[in-house]
Design a protein around this ligand. Structure first.
Ligand SMILES: Cc1cc2nc3c(=O)[nH]c(=O)nc-3n(C[C@H](O)[C@H](O)[C@H](O)COP(=O)(O)O)c2cc1C
Length: 367
């Protein structure tokens, strides 16, 4: 009896039988309800972002939207230069632009409008125009990071190239690594970087802070990484939810195993977004726009995508600590000379349904 009771409690605690419900998931259902610029912000907050920190704030007026970085929502030693944070802000900006156009508001974007306020990352002026809906806008609510196994099929060079449209996004490029040799080699570097990351106490802790292991936490914070978003099979997911909440060590082991046995083992190809200067805030924002565009295009084409950034997180870590950086040369050896790697992701064919990750409501992100 006691066992059944405990199980019942855990079923309730993790929403094992009712995933993806409750207020923390409402933003995915209700993003079209709000008209005008506020509705475009409702689309922006569904964007990809590092560790689901949702590091944004918006100021909304009838003909303007301002986007700010939220200095309190960071991943510490995983992102010491706020590089990923700004890429995530760029992702939100891309959704904002698409949703403005769909609402008949032609957006005119100025990045980093005030050099005395580095948290003010974009000023968007809106002019009335003919509504312009497109497939990327339609893909906004279906786009999810897919951490499950990808299917055995490959993606041709033409199919990969077709995922990238860098119109109006100068200076950023996607480098595809799709030969079996390159895919295998980058997979090894990713596993080694994950191994180094979990062995680094600060980075391990700073990641675990954003893990939400119970439904109460998911509903309370409406952010962070969840069991539902790990790409597990239905059986494994239910089992994981019925076990006691994960410790940091168990979570690290799980992620490392998944990186080796699932993420890298089933990647069809990798994309690496390169920019001339990885420290350039403007380039980080533009790269985020391209990343979100690639992810939405992939969603539209039925291609799965998972962001994978442990290599650049270890490169930044070595810069901070002064340790010898073994990862930058290994990654550079796989890329053509010129652009510097900013973020990476794997693509492939889906085998499982992806699930929404929680989002904070509009009221929490509008100033
Ligand atoms: C800059 C950036 C870095 C990210 N790095 C990783 C990563 O290393 N591993 C991973 O599994 N997901 C990564 N993600 C995906 C986020 O965790 C994901 O976007 C977030 O949890 C929200 O989930 P969603 O994309 O399914 O809406 C990254 C996303 C961004 C924008």
């Amino acid at each position: 009896m006691a066992g059944t009771g405990a199980l019942g409690y855990r079923v309730h605690e993790t929403a094992a039988l009712d995933p993806g419900h409750g207020a923390a998931f409402d933003p995915w259902q209700r993003w079209r309800e709000e008209p005008g610029p506020l509705g475009a912000v409702a689309a922006a907050l569904l964007a990809a972002n590092p560790h689901n920190t949702q590091p944004w704030q918006f100021a909304v007026r009838d003909t303007e939207v301002d986007l700010y970085a939220d200095p309190d929502r960071t991943t510490g030693s995983l992102d010491p230069y706020l590089r990923e944070q700004h890429v995530g802000l760029g992702c939100a900006l891309e959704n904002l632009v698409l949703a403005c156009r769909a609402r008949g508001l032609q957006p005119d974007v100025t990045l980093l409008p005030n050099e005395t306020d580095p948290t003010w990352v974009a000023h968007v002026v809106l002019n009335t125009s003919v509504p312009r809906d497109d497939v990327l806008h339609e893909a906004i609510p279906s786009r999810h990071t897919d951490r499950g196994p990808f299917g055995p099929g490959t993606l041709s060079a033409a199919e990969l190239a077709d995922l990238v449209d860098a119109t109006d996004l100068p200076g950023v490029q996607v480098q595809w690594l799709d030969s079996p040799q390159d895919v295998a080699t980058l997979g090894e570097v990713l596993v080694d970087a994950a191994t180094a990351l979990v062995a680094d106490d600060d980075q391990s802790r700073d990641g675990f802070v954003w893990f939400r292991g119970t439904d109460a936490e998911v509903q309370r914070y409406a952010d962070g990484l969840t069991l539902d978003a790990q790409g597990l099979s239905p059986l494994m997911l239910t089992a994981a939810k019925l076990l006691p909440p994960s410790t940091r060590a168990a979570g690290d082991t799980f992620w490392l195993d998944q990186t080796r046995d699932v993420h890298t083992a089933t990647a069809a190809a990798y994309g690496v977004i390169t920019v001339p200067d990885v420290d350039d805030r403007g380039a980080q924002l533009v790269a985020g726009r391209l990343l979100q565009r690639v992810h939405l295009t992939a969603t539209d084409r039925g291609v799965s995508l998972q962001h994978m950034n442990q290599i650049t997180e270890r490169i930044d870590r070595a810069r901070v600590t002064g340790a010898r950086d073994t990862f930058a040369p290994r990654l550079a050896a796989l890329l053509p000379p010129g652009g510097r790697p900013l973020v990476a992701f794997r693509v492939g064919l889906p085998t499982r349904e992806t699930r929404s990750s929680p989002r904070r409501p509009l009221a929490a992100v509008v100033r």
